[in-house]
Design a protein around this ligand. Sequence first.
Ligand SMILES: [Zn+2]
Length: 309
Amino acid sequence: MTSMFLKLIVIHAFSAILCTLAALGGSAQLSVASLNPVLTDLARQIGGERVTVIELMRTDENPHAYNPTPRQLQAAGQAQLILASGKGLESYLQDIRDNLTQGQRLLEVGATIPSLIAEHSDCGHDHHHHDAVDPHWWHSIKNIKRAGRIIAAALAELAPQSSDYFHTRRDEYNRKLDQLERWARKELATIPRSERVLTTAHNSFGYFCRDFGFETAPILGLSSETTPEPRQITEIVKTVKLKNIKAVFPEKNVNPKTVETIARETGIQLGGYLLAGSPEKENPTYEAMFRHNVSTITKALAPMKTQAQ
Ligand SMILES: [Zn+2]
């Protein structure tokens, strides 16, 4: 009698443990830390309620200047997956790699996305960008789709039971991206072909220009963390006149002085600010950031009558 009772207790206890394990396997949250707000958004779009995203670099921060704080590094230590943009954007990445904990993975999302090689600047002092790989891959919607595929695969590897869930969400998001691209093409088509030159504070819209048939005429090279030399200013003023450029665009969170100087010296329009490095609080998602940029460019470069409609 006693042994029968004990047996029952053991069976009950055992099945209770099994149930707990099954529940954990089904609903366990994946923890992902993100070193870039565009990737934070992507991880949320694809991961949905099954992923907790620890946001390290926030919106409105300059990715060329950002460095994780010790507290953020500690928070990243809790994550199973750390997302980085790659292509040399994060100068501190080796530190993160050196401090990965057991089973933790660092994913450089941009690593396998085809690189755009920026033209070498004629400025001999630009020691920092000799490799000239353009790190701003997120300004191409095609690349965001690639990134979505990479992130969905990484999440599915960590939580195979949620693979369908992640891939369904990725497909849904891709449809949104297709809409976004169609909209952008229609908007940008209102800009006359001869006006499709983008002059920005630094060379950050290369992928955008490639995708949408623009020419780039940036003031600075691939990083916004340098100050232009008088020679670079003279050069761009010449280019603006030569190519009959209509507007010059400042970038949010980058000192607008140089851009203002060029607008003043050439008498051309000072366009609205562009979001080059990261989304902003008012436009916190990738989609909102992209819409903001396209609208700002169109507003400055399309003829007046199109704007009024
Ligand atoms: Zn940049």
